[in-house]
Design a protein around this ligand. Structure first.
Ligand code: HEM
Length: 393
């Protein structure tokens, strides 16, 4: 499926005229693209919104947080963002960044996206707290948290995703190299989903616990998505942007695996085989939270994740775009999820749900948040503009 933002530079699509205009808009000069549909696929980096949020999961992701150097003031931020905007435009089109020592590293764009955001600490350091969008800030601490400070927070986020490991690695390296005069890397969290072509496009993926994860989510390209995710009012740099809560959540897979399938289904409130809510027939059936069985017991138990996570009002909804992670160190593997919530107002939409889950959710027995950060994602940019130019002007 070709999403709103994605197109392939195959002759068929170009000849159809459907995407030709878009392709020519940002591809400058000869591009060296590969000859497969996965390698060639490009995501338009310009537009009302930044790329990398409203699109189907890419195979790989890297969240890179940086802290600014002492001399980095607003004008330095603008210079940095100018460089980064140029890099993003070129890399997304399969072209080398300026002065790239590995000029072939970008040849397969493979749906590369780079999304730029700013943490609460940046606004504080630069005296810009008045320019934060409504509902944005640091999260309170929750009793389930065991956060590693050095893996959490951060001034600036460069979130890189794509379908090819070499392209992703090259893009991340390019962006970090071009950031070196302005900031140092604070942490990097890398994650993955199914490889492209493994699952039917549009099918909800499974996470490392084996659950179908991402069912109850606003649909890409829908009015619902538009209303829940993209900021409509406030500072100009943020209109068309969004807010991101990133939670790195470790999973205790060994003890989880020892549960019976029935217990695992009750913890979530959905069937393992197809993700249908307990008592329902198919994945997309709405969960019936008032159903009881012959003994009068709730079909979806009181402790079930989906019961506790269900919004108590229509405001308490957001977009989840989860990636899996595996940190391999020595002879051990830590597994989990790089869990994300995108909302136009984190305080109103995400925080009440997170508080409720932190208070009580049986899933907490097998999951532990180990890192956490929030970032305000800037609006999209047009050709010739600089990401967040109004913020640092
Ligand atoms: C590793 C941690 C987590 C795992 C494994 C997990 C897993 C799942 C699964 C399997 C579902 C059901 C399918 C779906 O609708 O996507 C679900 C639903 C959901 N989860 Fe999580 N989740 C985790 C963390 C969180 C956190 C931290 C939040 C919010 C603070 C959250 C909020 C939600 C919401 C809002 C739903 C939809 C509920 C509904 O049906 O109304 N989840 N999760």
């Amino acid at each position: 499926m070709v999403s709103r933002r994605t197109f392939l530079t195959t002759s068929g699509l170009l000849a159809s005229g459907v995407i030709g205009a878009v392709a020519n808009e940002f591809v400058r000069g000869p591009s060296r693209v590969s000859e497969t549909s996965i390698g060639d696929a490009q995501v338009e980096p310009t537009g009302v919104n930044q790329a990398g949020v409203e699109l189907e999961l890419q195979t790989l992701t890297r969240f890179i947080a940086l802290d600014i150097k002492p001399g980095t003031d607003k004008s330095a931020m603008l210079r940095w963002m100018s460089l980064i905007t140029d890099d993003i435009t070129r890399l997304a089109a399969g072209q080398a960044a300026l002065a790239d020592p590995n000029e072939y590293g970008a040849s397969n764009p493979a749906r590369l996206t780079v999304t730029v955001g700013f943490g609460p600490s940046l606004f504080e350091k630069l005296g810009l707290t008045d320019a934060m969008p409504v509902g944005f800030g640091d999260l309170p601490s929750f009793k389930i948290d065991q956060l590693v400070e050095a893996d959490s927070h951060g001034d600036v986020l460069l979130h890189v995703s794509g379908d090819d490991p070499l392209t992703l690695s090259h893009a991340a390296r390019t962006l970090v190299r071009d950031s070196a005069d302005f900031a140092t890397v604070r942490w990097v969290h890398g994650g993955f989903t199914n490889s492209q072509g493994v699952e039917r496009p549009g099918k909800t993926q499974r996470n490392l616990m084996g659950q179908v994860d991402g069912t109850d989510n606003p649909a890409l390209g829908s009015e619902d998505f538009e209303n829940l995710v993209w900021i409509k009012e406030g500072p100009a740099w943020a209109i068309g942007g969004t807010q991101l809560a990133l939670r790195k959540i470790r999973m205790e897979l060994d003890t989880w695996d020892s549960l019976s399938s029935t217990s695992r289904e009750e913890v979530i409130g959905r069937r393992l085989s197809d993700g249908a809510p307990l008592g329902g027939n198919s994945e997309t059936d709405p969960p019936n939270l008032s159903a009881v069985d012959a003994k009068g017991l709730k079909v979806i138990p009181s402790f079930a994740h989906i019961r506790r996570a269900a919004g108590e009002s229509l405001d308490e909804r957001f977009f989840r775009r989860p990636f899996n992670y595996e940190d391999v160190a020595g002879n051990g593997i830590e597994s989990g999820m790089l869990w994300t919530a995108y909302a136009k107002n984190l305080e109103k939409q995400y925080l009440p749900v997170q508080k409720r889950l932190a208070e009580f959710d049986l899933l907490n027995k097998w999951t532990t948040p180990v890192a956490s950060a929030t970032f305000a994602i800037a609006r999209g940019f047009k050709p010739g503009e600089i990401i967040a130019q109004e913020l640092f002007a």
